[in-house]
Design a protein around this ligand. Structure first.
Ligand SMILES: *Cc1c(COP(=O)(O)O)cnc(C)c1O
Length: 383
C-alpha cells in the first residue's frame, strides 16, 4: 500500500523508476538475522539479486556475508566493506582472471562446480603459493518445484558436481596441495515456496556429508544455498517466514558439533522492498483487447519477458473503488514479450496515471538493459 505522501513524491519524479522502501528492507533483514541466530546459522546475501549500493550497505550492516557469482561481484562486495572472510564465490564458469583476483583478495571460500575447476584452482593457487579454501557444490538432484527456468538442482542442470563425479572429486582434493576442503555446497533453485522441498534437500545434504566423512574428509561447513521465495501475489505479505524456513534446517540437518551451516539468500531479503513505478503513456482500446502502454518495459524489468514471471500491477492514481477494465499491460520495447501482464483487472486508466509493478526488489534493477538504447534505469528511496 502506498500512502498519499508516497504518491505525491512519485508524481514529482521522472518515470519510470525503482522505488525502494528502506524501512521495510531493514525490518526484513532484522527478521532474517534474528531467526538465523536462534540456530547459530550464517547468512550470506546473494548479491546478484540486487547490487544497489544503498541496499548493500544496509545488508552489510546487518552482519551478513556476500555470496558472489562473478569476479566483479567479489570486487564490489569488498568495495562496499563486506568482510573478506564472509565472501563466498560460486559460478559454473569462473575465468582464470576471476579466480586469480579472488585468490589475491583471500576470500572465505570458492564454491567449486566441477572436477576440472578444482584442478584449475589448485594450479592457479599453486602459482601464488597460496591455499584456496573450497567447498564442493553438489547437484543433489532435488526437484525445487519451481519454474523450470529457475531450477538448478536436477541432474539435467549445468550447476554443481553430479553424484557420479564425486569419487573423481575426492581424488583430486586428496592430491591437491593448494586446496583446502572445507565443506559442501548446494543451491537447488529460486522462488521456492514449498518448504517440503528443503526437507528433501536436508536429507540429501546429510547423505553427501556422510559420504565425504566416510572417505576421511572433515566437513566443517554445510552451505545449503538460498532460493526461499516471496509471495508475488500478495505484496503486502512483506516479510517471508524466516522462522519456519530455518527451523526446517534446524530439524532435519544432522549437524555435527563445530560444523557451520551457511545460507545464501537473495530474493527473500530484497524482493518485497521495491516497486517499479511507471506512467501510462497510451491506452488503446481494441476489439478483442485493451492495452495500457507504459513508459517502463522489459529494459527496466525483464522477469516477465524472461520467465513469464508474475508481478502484481496496481493503478495508484485511481481510487480502489473505481470501475475496472481488463488490460494487457505492455511496455514500449519492440518485442512482443515486452508485456507485464495479460488481462489484468485495473481501474479504468488514462494517460498519465501512475502504475506500480510490485515486488521488484530482486532480479529487477540488476537485469535492466540498454536494449533499444534506453536510458539508465532510475532509482529512488523512501524518505
Ligand atoms: C542465485 C543464487 C542464490 C540466491 O538465490 P535466491 O533465489 O535469490 O535466494 C544463492 N546461491 C547461489 C549459488 C546462487 O546462484
Amino acid at each position: 500500500m502506498f500512502s498519499n505522501k508516497d504518491i505525491t513524491q512519485f508524481a514529482e519524479l521522472e518515470t519510470p523508476f525503482y522505488y525502494y522502501d528502506l524501512a521495510l528492507l531493514q525490518q526484513t533483514l532484522e527478521s532474517c538475522a534474528e531467526a538465523a541466530k536462534v540456530h547459530g546459522f550464517h547468512v550470506h546475501y546473494a548479491m546478484k539479486a540486487n547490487f544497489n549500493d544503498t541496499l548493500l550497505d544496509s545488508i552489510k550492516s546487518t552482519g551478513f556475508g556476500a555470496d558472489c557469482v562473478s569476479g566483479n561481484e567479489v570486487k564490489k562486495a569488498i568495495e562496499r566493506g563486506f568482510n573478506r572472510q564472509q565472501i563466498v564465490f560460486a559460478g559454473v564458469g569462473k575465468s582464470d582472471k576471476e579466480i586469480n583476483e579472488a585468490l589475491d583478495e583471500n576470500i572465505f571460500c570458492f564454491n567449486v562446480e566441477s572436477v576440472q575447476e578444482l584442478e584449475v584452482i589448485n594450479a592457479l593457487a599453486g602459482k601464488k603459493n597460496k591455499v584456496a579454501k573450497v567447498a564442493v557444490r553438489i547437484n543433489p538432484n532435488v526437484d525445487a518445484h519451481t519454474h523450470h527456468n529457475i531450477t538448478t538442482g536436477l541432474d539435467e542442470n549445468k550447476f554443481g558436481v553430479n553424484a557420479w563425479d564425486l569419487p573423481a572429486c575426492a581424488e583430486v582434493l586428496k592430491k591437491s596441495p593448494f586446496l583446502e576442503f572445507i565443506g559442501i555446497h548446494f543451491h537447488i533453485g529460486s522462488q521456492i515456496t514449498n518448504l517440503e522441498v528443503y526437507k528433501n534437500l536436508c536429507l540429501r545434504v546429510n547423505e553427501f556429508a556422510a559420504w565425504f566423512e566416510d572417505r576421511g574428509f572433515i566437513v566443517r561447513m554445510l552451505n545449503v544455498g538460498g532460493g526461499l521465495g516471496i509471495d508475488y501475489h500478495n505484496p503486502e505479505q512483506q516479510i517471508p517466514d524466516f522462522k519456519a524456513y530455518f527451523k526446517i534446517f534446524g530439524d532435519f540437518l544432522e549437524k555435527r558439533a563445530n560444523q557451520e551451516v551457511h545460507f545464501e539468500l537473495g530474493r527473500a531479503l530484497v524482493g518485497q522492498c521495491s516497486s517499479l513505478i511507471s506512467k501510462v503513456l497510451y491506452v488503446k482500446n481494441g476489439k478483442k483487447k485493451n492495452f495500457i502502454i507504459l513508459d517502463a518495459g522489459m529494459t527496466e524489468l525483464m522477469r516477465p519477458a524472461l520467465y513469464q514471471a508474475y508481478h502484481q500491477i496496481e493503478n495508484i492514481s485511481k481510487q480502489s473503488s473505481a470501475a475496472t477494465v481488463k488490460y494487457d499491460v505492455v511496455g514500449p520495447i519492440c518485442e512482443s514479450t515486452d508485456c507485464f501482464g495479460k488481462e489484468v483487472l485495473l481501474q479504468e486508466s488514462e494517460r498519465g496515471d501512475l502504475i506500480a509493478i510490485r515486488s521488484t526488489g530482486a532480479y529487477g534493477e540488476v537485469m535492466s538493459s540498454h536494449y533499444n538504447l534506453r536510458e539508465n534505469v532510475r532509482v529512488t528511496f523512501s524518505k
